[in-house]
Write a protein that binds this ligand. Structure first.
Ligand code: DAH
Length: 317
């Protein structure tokens, strides 16, 4: 029996032999059933034989299984040196990526993210922003008008009005969203993202332009991952801020416009039922795609919305 087990080559044969020994009518099964008729010595012999045979079957099974596995491994190996089709991984769009970074930075500075509609009424987009009908500053923005008199919002400044109407003062909010103007060239798109921020508090806190400047310095330093941010201020004009400024940032030898802003005009506060004798603050706005263009070294704003996968790949995203 022992030799028989040793010579077996397949699991199937082993199983058959096992059944003939340990199965219902198997030779060992019979012997065990007959134990009652045996002497102590004879029982000891049967017990030993039983244990030995079980051990042999077990060893043989492991041996055959290993042999089968080894044969399989020898035949079915993977050749890791073969050329394979490169996998296409999706990636986060550069605009989404920079939006996330902007949101993280302003939230960490204590600004609350708020939202407003992209179809805006005249009040929020212009009038409340100290730009009444026939004000020449309306010409600064080529507006898409809807038939019912509403507009596609031309600036996220509309959201600062909504925010102050809703929350009042003090307030520290920002928003990020799409705006629309009738202009299209390499640095302008009909639809473009803007970021708007507003910080208004009691006059006793004396919020002023230098607070805005240091906020912008912190923002620029974090967003562009630069310790030594060089900024310069130019005077500007917006109906909703007085004084109004534009802030440029130096990249290498070049100055790039970063954002616009100023001290919130008293009329704007009044339009939102906030007393300008009690509250003051600053507001700022900037182009979100421009930020991404500068940060990632891109030169055509239209490419952001062309959905050209080759372009996205070349941006390194
Ligand atoms: N809304 C302005 C624009 O689109 C940008 C801007 C300027 C926003 C000054 C502001 C600000 O909040 O204070 O050109």
């Amino acid at each position: 029996m022992k030799d028989e087990i040793k010579n077996i080559k397949t699991l199937e044969e082993l199983q058959n032999l096992y059944t003939s020994v340990f199965g219902k009518n198997g030779s060992m099964t019979m012997k065990l059933k007959n134990m009652a008729n045996l002497s102590n010595e004879e029982r000891a012999v049967v017990n030993t034989e039983n244990a030995e045979l079980r051990q042999l079957f077990k060893e043989k099974q492991t041996e055959i299984e290993n042999a089968v596995l080894n044969a399989k491994l020898a035949n079915e190996y993977v050749d890791v040196s073969l050329d394979v089709e490169p996998e296409n991984h999706g990636s986060i769009h550069p605009l989404t990526q920079s939006a996330k970074e902007v949101v993280n930075i302003f939230e960490s500075l204590g600004y609350t993210l708020m939202e407003g509609p992209e179809i805006e009424d005249d009040w929020h987009n212009f009038t409340a922003l100290n730009t009444p009908e026939y004000h020449p500053a309306r010409d600064m923005q080529d507006t898409f008008f809807l038939e019912n008199g509403n507009v596609m919002r031309t600036q996220t400044s509309a959201v600062q009005i909504r925010a102050m109407e809703k929350v009042g003062a003090p307030i520290k909010m920002f928003t990020i969203g799409q705006c629309y103007r009738k202009e299209l060239d390499a640095t302008h798109s009909c639809m473009f993202g803007q970021i708007e921020g507003l910080c208004v508090d009691s006059v006793e806190k004396k919020i002023n332009l230098s607070d805005m400047l240091s906020t912008m310095r912190t923002f620029a330093s974090r967003f562009f991952e630069k310790d030594d941010v060089e900024l310069r201020i130019r005077p500007s004009y917006f109906p909703f801020t007085e004084p109004s400024i534009e802030i440029d940032m130096k990249f290498g030898d070049e100055w790039m416009e970063l954002l616009c802003g100023g001290m919130v005009h008293p009329n704007v506060l009044k339009n939102c039922n906030i007393d300008p004798n009690k509250y003051q603050g600053f507001a700022f706005g900037f182009g979100w795609a421009r930020l991404a263009m500068v940060k990632y070294g891109l030169d055509d704003i239209r490419a952001f919305t062309d959905s050209d996968v080759r372009w996205l790949k070349n941006t390194g995203f």
